[in-house]
Design a protein around this ligand. Structure first.
Ligand SMILES: [Ca+2]
Ligand SMILES: [Ca+2]
Length: 363
C-alpha cells in the first residue's frame, strides 16, 4: 500500500479554475501580497469558502498546506484544514479568541449537536505572521486517527473510533470524498469563522491511501511546488496555433481559454516547449517533475485524449493518454525519476523540454 497524489494547488497559474469540485463560487482570491513559492498564493478573508480537491473515494488521506495569517483577532472557529467524509465535515480549526485548536467532526450520533472530540490549548499556531507547515492525516475507522501536524510536529490527534455521523443520523461514515484548505465546501463552515485580517494558503496537496488497511500515522511531507511556464519553442510544433507561436499560446497565466490556444485534429501531433528555469532552495531536493496541460476537447461523443511528454539527456518520458472533458481542465503526470531511473536535479529539470501529444480518436 502506498500514497498516491490526488491533486495539488499552488496559485501560480493565477487561475481559480484549478480550485476544483466546489459547490458554488469560491471565496478565495489569488494574491501576490504573500507567497511561499513563486509569486502567488490563495487568499481568504471573512467567511470564505475553501479551496480543495473533490471527487475522492478513500478511507485514508493526508494533506499539507503552507499557511500564513496576519494575526489572531476577533472570535469564532476559523477552519484550517478539513475533509468531507460522506457528507460529514471533519475540520481542524483555530478558536481565534482563545487560540485553542479544536476538531469539529460531524455531529453526535442521532443528534443535531456538533461534535468536538478534541480541544487542545496550543501555541502551535500563534499571532505571529509567518508561514506554517500544516498537515492533516486521517483514517476513518473503528481503529482510526485524525491528526493535525504543525511544522512537522503532532499538534493534536483523535484516536480510536473515528467514524463520523451526519446531522441527525446514526449511520457511521468512513469514506473521504474531498479534502480542503480552510474548511469544507458544504456551507456548514460558512460564517462560523473569521480570519482577521487575512489568511493565505500556498502549495496545497492531497494524497490518498490505496486499499483499506490502516496506514502509519506520520507527518505529511512539506513539499514545495516550483512552477515553471513556457518561455520559448522546444523544437517541435505540430499542433495548429491560434494566436501567436505554439509555445506562446500556452505560456500565459491565468490561462486565456479560447483566446489563444493550439489545436489538434488527429492523434500523434506533438508540441514541445522550453520552460523557464527553476531554482531549488538550499537543503531541498527535487522530489518529482509534474508536467501539466490545460486542455479540452470539442466533441463530447469523440474520445479525444492528450498525453504529456518530457525529453532530456536521460531519455523520453511519455504519459498515459488521458481522457478530456469538453470544458477546460488540468491533465498531468507525476514522475519521481528521470527516464533512465536516475534522480532529478535542478540542472536536469532545467535542461528538459516538455510538451504534449494528441491521442485517442478525432472523429
Ligand atoms: Ca505559490
Ligand atoms: Ca492560451
Amino acid at each position: 500500500m502506498s500514497w498516491t497524489r490526488a491533486g495539488q494547488l499552488s496559485a501560480e497559474t493565477r487561475s481559480l479554475a484549478d480550485v476544483s469540485g466546489l459547490t458554488g463560487p469560491t471565496g478565495a482570491t489569488i494574491s501576490s501580497a504573500e507567497k511561499y513559492t513563486g509569486n502567488y498564493s490563495y487568499r481568504f478573508s471573512g467567511d470564505s469558502q475553501p479551496i480543495g480537491i473533490a471527487g475522492l473515494n478513500a478511507t485514508a488521506a493526508r494533506a499539507h498546506l503552507f499557511f500564513r495569517h496576519n494575526g489572531i483577532w476577533g472570535s469564532g472557529f476559523a477552519p484550517l484544514v478539513g475533509m468531507l467524509v460522506d457528507g460529514a465535515p471533519v475540520v481542524w480549526g483555530l478558536d481565534l479568541f482563545t487560540a485553542e485548536i479544536r476538531l469539529r467532526a460531524g455531529w453526535v450520533s442521532g443528534s443535531s449537536t456538533v461534535r468536538f472530540p478534541v480541544t487542545v490549548t496550543s501555541a502551535a499556531i500563534t499571532a505571529t505572521a509567518r508561514w506554517y507547515s500544516v498537515g492533516m492525516t486521517a483514517f476513518f475507522d473503528e481503529n482510526g486517527f485524525v491528526s493535525l501536524w504543525v511544522d512537522g510536529l503532532l499538534a493534536a490527534t483523535w484516536e480510536g473510533d473515528t467514524r463520523v455521523f451526519r446531522s441527525g443520523q446514526t449511520t457511521a461514515r468512513t469514506t473521504i470524498t474531498g479534502c480542503y484548505a480552510l474548511g469544507t465546501p458544504s456551507g456548514w463552515m460558512t460564517g462560523l469563522g473569521i480570519w482577521s485580517n487575512y489568511a493565505y494558503v500556498d502549495d496545497f496537496y492531497v494524497d490518498v491511501w490505496g486499499g483499506s488497511s490502516r496506514p502509519t500515522d506520520a507527518a505529511p511531507p512539506s513539499r514545495r511546488f516550483l512552477a515553471a511556464f513556457p518561455n520559448g519553442p522546444g523544437g517541435i510544433a505540430q499542433w495548429t496555433p491560434v494566436g501567436g507561436a505554439n509555445w506562446q499560446n500556452v505560456a500565459e497565466a491565468p490561462p486565456d481559454n479560447d483566446a489563444t490556444y493550439n489545436r489538434a485534429t488527429d492523434a500523434g501531433s506533438v508540441d514541445m516547449v522550453n520552460l523557464a528555469n527553476i531554482a531549488v532552495p538550499p537543503d531541498w531536493a527535487v522530489r518529482a517533475v509534474i508536467p501539466m496541460v490545460y486542455a479540452r476537447k470539442t466533441d463530447a461523443s469523440v474520445d479525444s485524449r492528450i498525453r504529456v511528454l518530457v525529453n532530456n539527456d536521460a531519455g523520453a518520458l511519455v504519459g498515459a493518454a488521458r481522457p478530456l472533458p469538453t470544458f477546460y481542465g488540468y491533465v498531468w503526470e507525476r514522475w519521481a525519476a528521470q527516464a533512465d531511473g536516475s534522480a532529478w536535479t535542478e540542472a536536469t529539470v532545467n535542461t528538459a523540454l516538455m510538451g504534449y501529444e494528441s491521442a485517442g480518436d478525432f472523429g
